[in-house]
Write a protein that binds this ligand. Structure first.
Ligand SMILES: [Zn+2]
Length: 473
């Protein structure tokens, strides 16, 4: 059952759009509509005994016409089960005036008015779950089909029954003939991205299984990968670094209040919205967090404007706003590509700096105190002593003073050994060196208070020379 509230406004100032109609024809239409609803008509005949006024009879006829119009508009749009639609409060606006021969003028047109309100009524409210899509087959977002089965899967499309289809990321790239598909297997290559729009994602979906539903109306998505995700080890210990593909969707949905909303949904490996948020807070995914943040802000602005237009049933303005959604997707794709590139460069720099810069001296000394004789080498080129500890090389001069520490990338130690640059140190020498290093006394630090006059120059010079020593040679 629908309850309809009809709002009449007696405004005779806009006669332009009025269509001339013969009042007798209108009456005929109302009378014939009684045939369209035989059930109601039968009831009327029985209850006609106490003699109903002309007004009451026409009201009944009007209800029947409205009933069929609303029903047909609903079925045409959704083809769903009308039983699932609860009673809704409909507003229908029209203008009518005596000066215009009582012509009725719907503005916006009646169908448009109905569709907007039926969409809202049909949409499941507050069912949006970040990290998951809506499954129209199971009619919720909590079933297993609503999330990707693993980290490498992305959203492919909805099937005819409204069930989400997930597929391996490279498979989708092959399907769309992505020009860079082979790069996905290259080690350390850039993430590859691809945009798909709602029309493609819903092309197989039937109207009776949510194609037009605003419960979760997919407007488009970007799929990209692979990115590195640190997955915690359930047994404790170091997290593992996993390759993950990501789906970022823009979906129109309804808040629990029923309000129009646009969501940017980041979907990865069935992780919850909270878990994804935590991953994005990770420094290595800073670029993605920033890109997503910008897109979210842009979508919010569109949603506000579109929401206002929708409330005013101004479909032209609404469409104008929604036309910007593909632009948000495009700039998100661009900032994902750019951001990842920048981050990669930044990370390399940080790693280089970290590797080259001195670790605190006490750390180096601590490592040396634990080192075995076989961990010591003599650098024939730099005439320095090397102590290897956990893939780090601590460099000291012959007096045991720490010069620098840097990270050894895989194979570098062997390379230097093979090249004859780093030679092993006899155990006794190693012990002696160890003693020197652990007992090394730095030159007394000069207090700022004493820092005056001529000594300034010598101290500054001293400092400069020390700083030079500390640079990795
Ligand atoms: Zn399902």
């Amino acid at each position: 059952m629908f309850s309809c509230r009809i709002i009449m406004s007696e405004d005779t100032t806009s006669p332009k759009e009025h269509v001339e109609q013969d009042p007798t024809k209108v009456e005929e239409a109302i009378n014939s509509s009684e045939e369209a609803a035989p059930g109601a008509a039968n009831l009327d005949q029985k209850s006609e005994e106490p003699k109903r006024s002309r007004f009451e009879r026409r009201t009944t006829a009007l209800s029947d016409v409205l009933r069929t119009i609303v029903r047909d508009a609903y079925l045409e749009r959704f083809q769903g089960d009308p039983e699932s639609l609860p009673e809704i409060d409909l507003n229908i606006h029209f203008k009518v005036g005596g000066r215009e021969n009582w012509d009725v003028n719907f503005n916006p047109d009646l169908k448009e008015q109905l569709v907007v309100q039926l969409e809202d009524a049909e949409a499941g409210k507050g069912v949006y779950e970040a990290g998951r899509v809506f499954c129209f087959y199971c009619n919720n977002s909590l079933c297993d089909c609503a999330k990707p089965p693993d980290l490498r899967s992305v959203f492919h499309s909805y099937d005819s029954m409204g069930k989400p289809v997930w597929c391996d990321f490279p498979q989708l790239l092959v399907e769309v003939k992505h020009p860079e598909v082979d790069k996905i297997y290259e080690k350390g290559s850039q993430a590859i991205s691809h945009i798909l729009y709602g029309k493609q994602l819903k092309q197989d979906q039937l109207s009776s299984y949510g194609k037009s539903s605003k419960t979760y109306s997919l407007l488009g998505q970007i799929v990209f990968g692979y990115i590195g995700l640190k997955i915690p080890n359930p047994a404790g210990g170091k997290p593992s670094l996993e390759k993950a593909a990501c789906t970022v969707q823009v979906a129109e949905t309804r808040e629990s209040s029923g309000g129009f909303s646009l969501k940017l949904n980041v979907i990865m490996g069935g992780l919850s919205g909270q878990e994804i948020k935590e991953h994005l807070s990770n420094r290595s995914l800073e670029w993605l967090k920033r890109a997503v943040g910008i897109a979210e802000r842009d979508l919010k602005e569109i949603a506000i404007e579109a929401g206002i237009a929708r409330k005013a049933q101004d479909s032209a303005q609404f469409n104008e706003q929604m036309k910007q959604v593909p632009m948000v997707l495009k700039s998100l794709a661009a900032s994902i590509n750019r951001g990842e590139r920048q981050q990669k460069r930044r990370t390399q720099h940080v790693e280089q700096r970290r590797g080259n810069k001195n670790r605190p001296i006490h750390k180096a000394v601590e490592d040396v105190s634990k080192a075995a004789a076989s961990d010591f080498y003599y650098d024939s080129e730099k005439k320095s002593m090397v102590c290897i500890s956990q893939e780090r090389a601590h460099i000291f001069n012959k007096d045991g003073q720490h010069i620098t520490t840097f990270k050894l990338s895989g194979g570098e130690l062997d390379k230097r050994k093979k090249a004859g640059r780093w030679g092993s140190v006899p155990a006794a020498d190693a012990e002696a060196l160890k003693h020197k290093i652990t007992n090394f006394k730095k030159k007394p630090v000069i207090n700022k208070k004493n820092f005056s006059g001529l000594s300034d120059l010598s101290i500054a010079l001293d400092k400069a020379t020390n700083a030079g020593d500390n640079e990795e040679a």
